[in-house]
Design a protein around this ligand. Structure first.
Ligand code: C2E
Ligand code: MG
Ligand code: MG
Ligand code: MG
Length: 283
């Protein structure tokens, strides 16, 4: 009887796997169509400096306007886009679109773009960036690339060289989601980052866990000593801002200030947020 049940279970899993594989193939086909039919859209979330009380940039976050599924989150299609290599084309579109849109913003405002490790390792990245900057007229100092720690593990020499040539172009580089991967402090010494983005998980725990606050303080201190900026991700509460300031972090991003918004709402947001968080500065 056990044997019989085992077999039934096996069939059940097999069916689940088939179903999963079918869904993935469907999404892959849909993704290809999405590229052709221009179904992607960039939303923008402000990067805010609490000292100057001003937005100094926006992070571009991709959304997929799916004809039947509605607005699809990147978490639901970026992994498959990476596995299939479609991320390279999608990422090129992101770079061009973000540069063109950012070129219409006030001079002091940057745009940050997420670069997948798959895309980072393609030969063509640099020329795509140069082309997008030239065609849009956006100054390279206003472009910031967000990469994650996973990129720093293998091919260290190559990655280092690529990062240096990006910075020679004048483009800025930020280390995204810091603290989640195999975070090694030696990365910060070896790689030339302009900015460290402290992962949301530390911000989530900052009120309840002394350890999180201490880690944030250590990261901001180290970053400052190395000439890098820090920004905290996922700030949702006023009291988190206060704790972040106490621990040396002056830049924030999160739902407290704004959710990611469509391009059409960017200008209004710049106006609405200037002077916000006025009383947040800690002596
Ligand atoms: P990320 O780069 O770490 O982006 C931050 C994510 O946190 C965004 O999710 C943003 O909406 C969300 N977020 C911001 N503030 C808060 C907050 O206060 N609370 C909470 N709970 N969440 C907050 P989103 O837009 O769903 O993007 C998820 C991830 O997808 C991004 O994480 C990034 O890794 C990836 N992604 C997004 N756009 C692109 C893209 O154009 N290219 C690539 N390669 N990856 C992208
Ligand atoms: Mg990011
Ligand atoms: Mg992030
Ligand atoms: Mg994150």
């Amino acid at each position: 009887r056990a044997k019989h049940e085992g077999k039934g279970q096996y069939h059940y899993f097999e069916q689940q796997m088939d179903e999963l594989a079918r869904k993935r193939r469907e999404t892959e086909i849909d993704l290809k169509l999405a590229i052709e039919h221009g179904q992607f859209e960039l939303y923008y979330q402000p990067l805010f400096n609490t000292e100057e009380q001003k937005i100094n940039g926006f992070e571009a976050l991709i959304r997929w306007n799916h004809p039947t599924r509605g607005l699809v989150s990147p978490l639901d299609f970026i992994p498959l886009a990476e596995e299939t290599g479609l991320i390279v084309q999608i990422g090129e579109w992101v770079i061009k679109e973000a540069c063109h849109q950012a070129a219409t913003w006030p001079e002091q405002i940057r745009v940050a773009i997420n670069i997948s490790p798959v895309q980072f390792r393609t030969k063509g990245l640099q020329s795509v960036l140069i082309q997008a900057l030239t065609q849009s007229g956006l100054s390279p100092q206003r472009l910031e690339l967000e990469i994650t720690e996973s990129l720093l593990i293998d091919n260290v020499a190559e990655t280092l060289q690529a990062l240096h040539s990006l910075r020679e172009m004048g483009v800025r580089v930020a280390l995204d989601d810091f603290g989640t991967g195999y975070s090694s402090l030696s990365y910060l010494r070896s790689f030339p980052f302009d900015k460290i983005k402290i992962d949301r998980s530390f911000v989530d725990d900052i009120m309840s866990d002394k350890g999180s606050a201490a880690i944030i303080q250590a990261i901001t201190g180290l970053a400052a000593a190395l000439g890098m900026e820090t920004i905290a991700e996922g700030v949702e509460l006023e009291e988190q801002v206060e704790m972040l300031l106490k621990n040396g972090c002056n830049n924030i991003q999160g739902f407290l200030l704004s959710r990611p918004v469509p391009m059409a709402e960017v200008d209004a947001l710049i106006t609405a947020l200037s002077g916000k968080c006025r009383n947040r500065k800690v002596a």
